[in-house]
Design a protein around this ligand. Structure first.
Ligand SMILES: Cc1cc2nc3c(=O)[nH]c(=O)nc-3n(C[C@H](O)[C@H](O)[C@H](O)COP(=O)(O)O)c2cc1C
Length: 209
């Protein structure tokens, strides 16, 4: 059963700036895998949301509820509400310059207020339920030992402030053209499998809640 305040068992964030490319294909496959496991998914494309960059004003550090001065001026908080409530969270993202795409990183930076709230020991953030997160990264290069490290570390330390523990990401290489993932049966199988695992995890979490 979906958590209160969120209408699905799994939230899937599609992080590419390119619509209809490999990350979107991955998000659709992940959603299919979730459905195969008997759970429900909602895909959110970050490019459909307006998110302003963090001003580094540190107002959140001084505010009693760690409020951001930009709250209500864009949709960052709407997206954070999903991270706070979704039973399981998935990210489907391309690698840009060994990192998360700038739209996604802009949103990550805006979560500084959650980091501040944790540092201050605010109960509203410390009592968030511990949950699982998954990532599926797609990259154009076929090689590069540390190709996924930057994105993995940023995502891990972003999500931890929401009570989300990131598992070992699925890193797919050599996918550059818009349809490369769709044309790659083995890569598609791995993504579908990751979706199934996330769906099962959501159902298990619902049973143990
Ligand atoms: C700005 C930009 C930077 C990129 N940097 C990298 C990179 O550092 N390493 C890599 O393997 N691929 C890189 N790529 C290629 C993308 O990761 C690849 O095309 C991916 O399939 C895009 O996913 P999408 O179809 O979901 O947009 C870059 C692409 C763009 C547009």
């Amino acid at each position: 059963m979906p958590a209160e305040g969120f209408d699905a068992d799994v939230a899937i964030f599609a992080c590419s700036h390119r619509a209809g490319g490999n990350s979107d294909a991955a998000a659709a496959l992940l959603a299919s895998g979730v459905a195969q496991a008997g759970a429900t998914a909602r895909v959110l494309a970050l490019r459909d949301y307006s998110v302003l960059p963090c001003l580094a004003c540190r107002a959140c550090a001084a505010h009693g509820q760690s409020r951001c001065v930009l709250a209500g001026k864009d949709q960052a908080e709407e997206l954070f509400a999903v991270l706070m409530r979704a039973p399981v969270v998935l990210f489907a993202s391309p690698i840009y310059f060994y990192a998360l795409p700038s739209l996604c990183k802009t949103w990550v930076d805006r979560s500084q207020r959650f980091w501040e709230a944790r540092r201050k020991g605010d109960p509203w953030v410390l009592t968030l339920r511990e949950r699982a997160a998954y990532a599926c990264f797609v990259a154009g290069q076929p090689t590069g030992q540390k190709l996924f490290d930057g994105a993995r570390l940023t995502l891990k330390y972003f999500l931890v402030n929401f009570g989300l523990a990131l598992g070992e990401p699925l890193g797919l290489r050599g996918l550059d053209g818009r349809d490369d993932l769709a044309a790659n049966a083995e890569a598609s199988r791995l993504v579908l499998q990751q979706g199934r695992e996330a769906g099962q995890r959501a159902l298990e979490a619902a049973h143990s809640a």
